[in-house]
Design a protein. Structure first.
Length: 327
């Protein structure tokens, strides 16, 4: 057996040194996503009276497509990396379901449901993602992910109950059955889309995968073009600027940072961090709209933080066990 001289030896790289900056970028991307997605709820509430669900979705997606094209098109010209054949199928699927169907359903639901109930129903999504990721992406069912998800969901329930109790005198939360079903539909569409998008991100950069999906969603919403034009003409300038904000920040930027984080982190674990969105929404509403959150809402936000922290814990496994499900 030939001896290995010191000169020929390669020193092992310190563990996690290369992964640490990547992990930090993933965390930063998810923070941006949570804050911007939370602001979308505030934005939709502000401009909802001026735009119907379909036209609002088309406006957001059209603006987002233009903004992202400034970043993606130069990359495509350079790399010529385009989906081919069957690679289009998952892109078409999450484009139709997430960027198209999810947004239309959520916008419609928020016309008849209070914010707390909507947040609670939409946040069925992380649990669905965790279950489907365990089954279809072979991520397994880590104990702390399940425990943390249940704790965070309890926090969202407190936020929803607190929001319902905080209604103005003479008003009561809407319990419209159609709104509930629309919110649940949106949650299911989003969860399925996350599972479908995950493998796409192994082949295409986050910005490109997001841009492709946005284009598909916008094409699906083209029947609302006439409605959008008439509503923009009738809307006050601040509502139109609100639509521009929704297109650039919660759509173009936040969906791209989400896709980037999803390319680095297991889908189930990443989805659990979206439990922070309802609490962040309450904070933004408090600061921008002057809506003072209910005491239960504040407690619920803290419970969500605890739950998300629990999902980040790792179960103690024997050396070498569970390596396939970690990144």
């Amino acid at each position: 057996m030939p001896s290995i001289s010191p000169a020929n030896r390669t020193a092992p790289a310190p563990p996690h040194t290369a992964a640490t900056p990547v992990k930090a970028l993933g965390v930063a991307a998810m923070v941006v996503t949570v804050v911007l997605w939370a602001s979308a709820f505030v934005g939709i509430r502000a401009i909802g009276p001026h735009f119907s669900p379909g036209s609002l979705t088309l406006g957001r997606l059209a603006i987002a497509a233009v903004v992202l094209s400034l970043l993606v098109l130069p990359q495509l010209v350079k790399t010529r990396l385009l989906p081919r054949g069957r690679e289009w199928w998952p892109i078409l699927a999450y484009g139709v379901m997430w960027f198209g169907g999810y947004n239309v359903a959520l916008n419609a639901a928020e016309h008849v449901l209070d914010a707390g109930t909507s947040a609670l129903l939409i946040n069925v999504n992380p649990i669905l993602v965790a279950i489907m990721a365990g089954i279809f992406l072979k991520e397994g069912f880590p104990r702390w992910l399940i425990i943390g998800s249940l704790v965070a969901f309890a926090g969202v329930a407190l936020i929803a109950f607190g929001s319902a109790q905080a209604s103005a005198p003479g008003e009561r939360p809407t319990t419209d059955v159609a709104g509930v079903l629309l919110c649940l539909l949106a949650a299911v569409l989003a969860a399925v889309s996350v599972i479908i998008q995950k493998p796409v991100l192994r082949k295409f950069p986050a910005a490109q995968a997001t841009w492709f999906g946005i284009l598909v969603g916008a094409l699906c919403c083209l029947p609302f073009t006439g409605q959008l034009i008439s509503e923009v003409q009738a809307a006050p300038p601040q509502a139109t600027w609100g639509l521009v904000y929704l297109g650039i920040f919660p759509t173009a930027i936040a969906f791209t940072t989400w896709a980037y984080a999803l390319s680095l982190v297991d889908a189930g674990k990443l989805a659990a961090t979206t439990y922070l969105v309802p609490g962040t929404t309450i904070l933004i509403s408090w600061l921008l709209l002057g809506e003072v959150p209910a005491f239960l809402g504040l407690i619920g936000g803290l419970v969500c933080l605890v739950g998300v922290a629990l999902t980040r814990r790792r179960s103690r496994n024997p050396r070498g066990a569970g390596a396939a499900g970690s990144r």
